[in-house]
Design a protein around this ligand. Structure first.
Ligand SMILES: Nc1ncnc2c1ncn2[C@@H]1O[C@H](COP(=O)(O)OP(=O)(O)OP(=O)(O)O)[C@@H](O)[C@H]1O
Length: 224
């Protein structure tokens, strides 16, 4: 994907300075910045949920159209919302996601994800009976239950314990090794160092493209 002088906001009013970056297969770009700086707004624009005020945006080489079946097939996202089915168990939720995207051997994929995301003991639980961290794990697991070329994650570290954060970092590294692209907004310097190839510091005055250590230092300064 490619964003060039991308200006994002609500009702035509920008929330941050324009951002520019490219993201190639097998790479990860992190968006970092203070609370309210505009990271989620950039992600929503990349996903076609908001129309940018100006600039150029290409995802999978095309202008974004979230209704396009190719786009929906190849772009997976886990945003900061509780987008689960309240009446489905943990395992049913993942199975539906996998089958809905035509995954072959869906049951095996689901079993593996249940183990990996520490949900095996909760496979028959409804979301309401999960802790907030377990619900977050379910949403993340659903992102990996379906095919994708680009994975967009909004603060995936939220509500995860240290062990699960480390496992998530390993999962994202595997994603890159398999040729997937990852775009994530995060406040976790360790996740940036482990996964990101480049980062954008999203801000009011100027949004800067930096390397992962610079981005991690930025986060650590913001959260001493
Ligand atoms: N639906 C909306 N309508 C209008 N303004 C919004 C809306 N959602 C967010 N904003 C504003 O846009 C700005 C950027 O918000 P955004 O959620 O993109 O920040 P963020 O960098 O993701 O923050 P955080 O680190 O707290 O998640 C904020 O000032 C916020 O109040």
């Amino acid at each position: 994907m490619r964003a060039q002088d991308l200006l994002v906001g609500y009702g035509g009013a920008p929330v941050c300075a324009p951002v520019s970056f490219t993201l190639a297969p097998g790479k990860a770009v992190a968006l970092v910045g203070a609370n309210g700086s505009g990271k989620s707004t950039v992600l929503k624009s990349v996903l076609g949920l908001l129309t940018p005020a100006s600039g150029t945006l290409r995802v999978l080489g095309e202008p974004v159209d979230e209704r396009d079946v190719e786009f929906r097939t190849r772009v997976a996202s886990v945003l900061d919302d509780d987008a689960y089915f309240p009446a489905l168990t943990v395992a049913e939720h993942l199975y539906l996601t996998a089958r809905g995207h035509g995954v072959l051997g869906a049951q095996a994929v689901v079993d593996e994800l249940l183990e990996e995301f520490g949900l095996a003991d909760h496979r028959t639980a409804l979301p309401v009976a999960l802790s907030s961290g377990q619900r977050r794990r379910l949403l993340l697991a659903a992102g990996f239950a379906r095919p994708r070329s680009l994975l967009v994650l909004d603060e995936p570290e939220q509500r995860l314990d240290r062990a699960m954060r480390d496992r998530l970092a390993q999962r994202l590294l595997a994603e890159k090794r398999d040729g997937g692209a990852v775009l994530l907004a995060t406040h976790d310097p360790d996740l940036v160092l482990a996964v990101a190839d480049r980062a954008v510091v999203v801000a009011d005055d100027v949004s800067r493209l930096v390397d992962a250590p610079q981005a991690a230092r930025f986060i650590s300064r913001e959260n001493p």
